[in-house]
Design a protein around this ligand. Sequence first.
Ligand code: SAM
Length: 318
Amino acid sequence: MSQTWQLADYPFAEALLPALAAVERKGHGDLEKWRAALAALPAVENARYEFSPMLAVDGDCSATQSAQLKQALLPLHPWRKGPFRLFEHYIDTEWRCDWKWQRVLPHIQPLAGRKVLDVGCGNGYYMWRMLGEGAAQVLGVDPMWLFRMQYEVLHFYFADALEPSQQVEMLPLGIDDVPEDTAYFDTVFSMGVLYHRRDPVQHIRQLLGQLRPGGELVLETLVIPGNDADELTPNGRYAQMRNVHALPTVARLQQWLLEAGAGVARCVDEADTTTEEQRQSAWMWFHSLPQYLDAKNSALTIEGHPAPRRAVMVARRS
Ligand SMILES: C[S@@+](CC[C@H](N)C(=O)[O-])C[C@H]1O[C@@H](n2cnc3c(N)ncnc32)[C@H](O)[C@@H]1O
């Protein structure tokens, strides 16, 4: 089955098509199973929506539909980004993304009417929060097919809540598949992605290139404590993650932003990631942060690195 992509209003849409064709050709071994789950989602009458503080939909969902819904959601495990509520089902995801959103939202330009790019959008949880703030167009990119499937669940239940003028699309692509320097977006988010990139300065340049002059970059990433410009390059895993390349102090992150041409960035939040914010749940039963910390000293990961701490930086494209 071939996917359709809602890209008509993006001036660079054509340039995305070869990468989309390639990921479709490559597919994923579980795609048919996931698509069957999506096809079994029950449509519910008289929907009522909430975007904040909880992403939620209510409506006339019968007991049979409710059971069908649960059966459709289970094959899409692990549910990492949320939480949200679909009728009586509270999807208690691995992450309390609503907490991160509370740390970010008060510090950024109001999203109403803005064109937004969310790089590393996961299943699109934040995209719906952005739309709830009135964003005009939200495009998310994340290379994981499973997250595209989960996005389709959210789209199935929340798309009717949007104003006719609002647009949303999530593409199973990486940022490298997006044409460089589109200078199209008013706000670009990159949350939880920078430490996965081999060249952080180049990633920041890529993000800035997607912004119109004066547009806002919201960069959230893992940091280490300390006042000096320093960075940790984990030799091996970090909190069991294989692909963590560098964790800077905020001062070092400021340097990367300057080097990339972002000008002076504001650090608007710095917070330790707690085991209340990231943990196993009924909807994500793999290991999570509590298992990745040193059992005797929760200030350290099991590899002996400083435990996860995150900073939110806000900068402008000049
Ligand atoms: C730690 S998660 C963060 C998700 C979400 N932004 C958040 O803050 O909760 C990192 C996400 O980035 C995605 N990712 C990794 N490399 C990427 C790339 N090159 N381009 C876009 N997304 C990428 C991963 O698939 C994953 O969903």
